[in-house]
Design a protein around this ligand. Structure first.
Ligand SMILES: NC(=O)c1ccc[n+]([C@@H]2O[C@H](COP(=O)([O-])OP(=O)(O)OC[C@H]3O[C@@H](n4cnc5c(N)ncnc54)[C@H](OP(=O)(O)O)[C@@H]3O)[C@@H](O)[C@H]2O)c1
Length: 256
């Protein structure tokens, strides 16, 4: 099965949020596939990140490490022009950007814990950065099959919200979903072969989820490699007719 529907030939892929967790697992899986030509692995300090440097040593020129703070629009513009110098078309872009309790973001349990700084930090990384990444990479996504997949989270679903809490994270992922859905409508016009997806990877053992793993039932905490494999299975399966949707790791659609 091709990496994305209707793709003939090898894929150019960019992963933003590549230094650890699901992003690093995606870079590991993608850079070892025969149908992938090149992987651009992006994080704030990718060129000095131990995991990415080790992967680049193993995979050689197939993986390029790019330093970029995705919350900085000038840095995103520079990233797009640098990638554009060596590649005219990206077949797959995956945003794994996300914060829950880091860098000013808080996993609030109550309104009393909510503050402007947490809301702003969460929205900046979880919602604004992925859609601005899409904006800046759009010139590289306009010809033929191209998928932009962003890792969202089931807790961003309003209809699925029965337990409350995590105001900033939930709201920023709901905003991300709306931004992606809106972009899917524009992309349908610009490139009918393009697909925009919001994906839920399932609860996965990473820095992001670590403080909240105590109540995860046995067998429900995924390894990053498994979550990455599930994401790639959905990316292989879902094409332009599915664009704008919100899908879980097991292929089931999630209600907004
Ligand atoms: N883990 C879970 O259980 C779970 C569940 C549902 C959804 N998700 C979603 O899945 C995605 C991946 O989560 P994860 O658990 O793998 O997270 P993680 O281990 O914390 O990794 C997050 C990645 O994002 C990068 N990043 C953060 N801010 C950035 C910025 N401003 N510019 C560039 N890169 C930035 C980090 O790199 P640097 O800090 O090195 O720049 C890191 O590589 C997130 O969107 C998360 O919300 C995760």
């Amino acid at each position: 099965m091709p990496l994305i529907p209707e793709l003939n030939g090898k894929a150019n892929v960019l992963v933003c949020g590549a230094s650890r967790g699901i992003g690093l697992a995606l870079c590991t899986a993608l850079s070892s596939r025969d149908d992938v030509a090149q992987v651009w692995a992006v994080s704030r300090n990718a060129s000095h990140d131990d995991g990415l440097v080790a992967l680049a040593k193993q995979q050689g020129e197939r993986i390029a490490l790019m330093d970029c703070d995705a919350c900085d629009e000038y840095a995103l513009a520079a990233l797009a022009s640098e990638v554009g110098c060596s590649c005219h078309h990206l077949h797959l872009v995956i945003s794994t950007l996300g914060i829950l309790h880091q860098e000013g973001a808080r996993a609030e349990k109550s309104l009393a814990q909510l503050d402007l700084a947490s809301l702003q930090a969460s929205f900046a990384t979880n919602a604004f950065a992925p859609i601005l990444l899409l904006k800046h990479l759009l010139p590289l996504l306009r010809k033929g099959p191209a998928t932009f997949a962003a890792l969202s989270a089931r807790v961003g679903s309003i209809s699925d919200n029965r337990s409350g809490g995590w105001y900033s994270y939930r709201a920023s992922k709901a905003a991300l979903n709306q931004l992606l859905h809106t972009a899917s409508i524009e992309l349908r016009r610009l490139n009918p072969a393009a697909t925009v997806l919001a994906l839920h990877p399932g609860t996965t053992d990473t820095v992001l989820s670590r403080p909240f793993q105590a109540n995860v039932p046995a067998g429900k905490l995924f390894e990053p490699a498994f979550a990455a494999q599930c994401m790639l299975e959905q990316i292989e399966r879902l094409g332009p007719s599915d664009s704008g949707g919100f899908w879980a790791w097991d292929g089931r659609p999630i209600q907004w």
